[in-house]
Design a protein around this ligand. Structure first.
Ligand code: SF4
Length: 390
């Protein structure tokens, strides 16, 4: 997997948008208030200031990204003014590229040639859904065919393509997310962003919800759907760049209902680790009658530990319940000592001691032999390993 590039975001909320999508309130999402006719949208000089501060923090090599509006639908003179500023930093080797986010119906060959001239490298398209019925109910103002046409053009002209999709839009059925994901994968983007729908204040979706015309997904439903989508895209080598809205204090107070959690992406990644772990235990037990009163011992990479445990220990509780375990013991093969073993029982989370029912010596011996038998014992690729059920 390619390392993630640092992004210096420049927010231009709703600039260029020909209509207001029912779910969207970029003033809330970006915590910036401006409009094309207003006085507060960033001036080219302010964009330069944002980039300079961003370079100071991220160092050379980041990309600047114009987010929050429909970049290619704003007036050409303003596009050029912004791009001229950004391009100067690319020419000076302070930035590695420029990305813009926009709508599928605001892309054509001439627009792309202009973006190319200023060194734009990546285009993020808001596809949101590949079902026309859903797009219509969401008042997107474009069709799925527009997304197909724009995506092909972007790829043909050798830009990097990122597609954004939403989950839980009005008019969706249970099959909708995977249908949209399949259509998006066929367009071969380099990456995707997945956003479950939240009901923001002062949106048409708020009105629809208050009138009883729209019901949002539950958080747990959205986690399951988005986890399936992560698996789907990553199996096809399409990077999942983001799952869930970027959290902010302002956004916390702007969300009325629907799916919003400040660590939504982690909830999905944690669900993914749970599914893997469940499969490991299931295979080890040969799908028999659970592991009554026994303790499953896992070796977990540090980077995966909190995902393994889950929010409020939800994964631990579920595994104990499903397999009727006495507890789950977690260790890290790089730090082999009794104090590094934490055992999670029904309602406790305590460090294991030699007095514990689990034979710590057995586990350590087993783990040491695994570590010495492995060519690269520090290999973090092995995120979760089942050492045994004792
Ligand atoms: S979703 Fe995109 S196109 Fe729709 S209103 Fe928001 S910024 Fe504009």
């Amino acid at each position: 997997m390619k390392p993630k590039k640092s992004i210096i975001p420049v927010f231009i909320p709703h600039l260029g948008c020909p209509c207001r999508c029912v779910f969207c309130n970029q003033d809330s999402i970006t915590s910036v208030k401006c409009s094309e006719n207003g006085k507060s949208m960033p001036t080219p000089d302010e964009v330069a200031g944002i980039i300079e501060r961003g370079v100071e923090v991220s160092g050379k090599g980041a990309e600047v990204a114009f987010y929050g509006g429909s970049f290619t639908a704003i007036s050409m003179s303003l596009q050029r003014a912004y791009l001229e500023v950004a391009h100067k930093y690319v020419s000076d080797n302070l930035l590695s590229g420029i990305r813009v986010s926009t709508r599928p119906d605001a892309i054509d060959g001439d627009i792309l040639s202009e973006l190319r001239r200023f060194g734009v490298s990546t285009i993020e398209l808001g596809a949101q859904s590949m079902e026309d019925k859903v797009l219509l109910l969401s008042r997107r103002g474009h069709t799925a065919a527009d997304t197909v046409r724009a995506s092909r053009l972007i790829r043909d002209m050798n830009f990097s393509l990122i597609l954004q999709m939403m989950v839980g839009l009005p008019g969706e059925t249970p099959d909708s997310p995977m249908y949209t994901a399949g259509q998006i994968a066929d367009l071969q983007p380099e990456g995707v962003r997945i956003y479950p729908t939240a009901i923001l204040k002062e949106t048409e979706l708020e009105e629809m919800w208050r009138r009883g015309e729209y019901s949002p997904l539950e958080l747990s439903e959205a986690v399951n759907i988005c986890t399936d989508l992560i698996v789907f895209f990553e199996e096809r080598d399409i990077a999942v760049l983001r799952v869930g809205l970027n959290p902010s204090e302002d956004l916390d107070s702007e969300v009325l209902a629907g799916v919003y959690h400040p660590a939504f992406g982690d909830l999905c990644r944690s669900e993914l680790v749970f599914r893997t772990t469940r499969r490991m235990l299931s295979d080890a037990l040969d799908n028999e009658h659970g592991a009554h009163g026994r303790t499953a011992v896992f070796c977990v990479a540090d980077s995966q530990r909190s995902l393994f445990v889950g929010q409020h220990r939800s994964n631990i509780r579920r595994l104990i319940e499903v397999f009727q375990l006495e507890g789950i013991c977690i260790c890290n093969k790089h730090r082999i000592s009794a104090t590094n073993y934490s055992v999670h029982k029904h309602n406790t989370n305590k460090v294991i001691t030699t007095k514990s029912k689990v034979n710590i010596r057995d586990i350590i011996n087993r783990e040491q032999s695994l570590a010495t038998n492995t060519e690269n014992p520090a290999d973090e690729q092995v995120c979760v390993e089942l050492l045994g059920i004792f």
